[in-house]
Design a protein around this ligand. Structure first.
Ligand code: 57M
Length: 359
């Protein structure tokens, strides 16, 4: 909004020329989202407590989690508020990619909020049916995929890290691929969000890395120099990534151990859907598996555990899945598991950035 209100006034006051710069608006969105979440978190937590919006903890999990019963949840509403406010205040509102990303973020947030509401209402950890949730996620990703693939200058090729020359064109199969990435990322973040700050930390890292990817993809000179796909208009996604990083940092202030608030499915599903869509828009789809390696590792641990559990008649590969519970069962205290997963996330983010030059 500020871009439309103040930049045109640069002819009157040259200082407003700065609102043209994506870098400045990205920093503005980050700080705006961070401050909004931090300032409103206290009243929001009290609101959740007043309305008994408290976590229902599964009885088959680690004993250390039983004390978490009743912790205010659905803090993801606050994250979404910060992301929307930060983005809409600083972005070029005519950018279609940002609206597609916001659309997925809100749609997946609504799915998660419904799931959270069902869990709280029924006072059990089941919520929406897995099939129902998946169907709604797939439908949203399909719409986003069709919109993205039909943008005039958008290429349906795949960017493979380390291989500059090899960019296979998926054609019509790009849309199912988009659905796989967006729905997969959403559920991977959802599974990861099982310890205080565990999903929030890698969200900040992934948002920051994709903030840079957005800037590079949207800049024709830099994209050409780095030999990565140029996506006209992707530069505005910097503002969204900044708002997501800022809002997540603000939420982490209250979600770090011992958490005063959980994000709920409203937060985890929307964050994952948003990151998946950003990866598609910036044409760094495959690299999301590296940058978001913690999310991928958690999801794979569940797939392997459940698959082996069923095939072997009840045997387990890990002490418990997702992977973070395995370390809890090994006796690691919760903050140790979380901070070590953050460290892995940061290292993976740095390796992903290095691939820009290692091609
Ligand atoms: C998402 N939700 C947390 C909170 C958060 C197939 C199976 C692996 C599915 C999986 C599952 O149900 N995942 C759901 C994980 C839950 O967190 C809530 O959910 C939101 C995110 N979706 O925002 O509202 C619990 O996680 C803890 N938590 C924190 N701090 C946070 O900041 O401590 C969350 C956020 C919260 C709280 O205790 O209640 C969750 O874990 O349910 N199931 C599991 O993950 C279960 N694993 C399992 O069943 N493994 C079996 C299977 C694979 C055969 C096995 O390995 O043998 C574990 N999760 C729990 N108890 N809580 C174990 C049972």
């Amino acid at each position: 909004m500020l871009y439309h209100l103040l930049y045109p006034l640069h002819t009157v006051f040259s200082g407003f020329n700065v609102f043209r710069y994506i870098s400045l608006r990205g920093i503005g969105a980050t700080i705006t989202a961070f401050l909004l979440v931090v300032c409103f978190a206290g009243p929001f937590i009290r609101l959740l407590q007043r309305h008994q919006v408290g976590q229902v903890v599964r009885d088959d999990g680690p004993e250390s989690h039983f004390s978490k019963q009743g912790v205010p949840t659905m803090g993801g509403v606050l994250i979404l508020g910060g992301v929307l406010a930060g983005t809409l205040l600083w972005v070029d509102l005519t950018n279609i990619y940002v609206w597609i990303i916001l659309g997925i973020t809100v749609w997946y947030g609504m799915i998660g909020a419904w799931d959270d509401y069902c869990k709280i209402k029924k006072q059990n950890s089941r919520g929406l049916s897995a099939k129902g949730k998946l169907l709604l996620q797939v439908a949203g990703a399909l719409v986003a995929g069709v919109f993205i693939a039909n943008q005039p200058s958008y290429l349906t090729t795949l960017t493979i890290p380390f291989f500059k020359g090899f960019q296979p064109d998926l054609g019509a199969f790009y849309i199912p691929f988009v659905m796989f990435v967006v729905v997969g990322a959403s559920n991977a973040v959802n599974l990861t969000d099982g310890l205080d700050g565990l999903a929030t930390g890698p969200t900040v890292v992934t948002s920051a890395v994709y903030l840079l990817f957005s800037y590079l993809a949207g800049h024709v000179g830099l994209a050409t120099y780095l030999q990565i796909p140029h996506v006209a208009g992707a530069g505005e996604v910097v503002i969204f990534c900044g708002a997501l990083a800022g809002a997540s940092l603000g939420f982490l202030w209250y979600n770090t151990f011992p958490a005063q608030m959980f994000m709920g499915d409203v937060g985890s599903l929307s964050i994952g859907g948003a990151l998946g869509t950003v990866a598609i828009v910036t044409k760094q789809e495959v690299l999301l598996a590296l940058v978001g390696g913690v999310f991928v590792m958690e999801a794979i641990s569940v797939i392997l555990q459940v698959g082996y559990f069923k095939m072997s008649g009840g045997k387990r590969i890990f002490l418990m899945a997702p992977f973070h519970h395995h370390f809890e069962k090994k006796g690691w205290v919760e903050p140790k598991v979380v901070v070590r997963f953050w460290i892995v996330s940061i290292v993976l983010g740095l390796i992903a950035l290095a691939t820009l030059k290692l091609r």
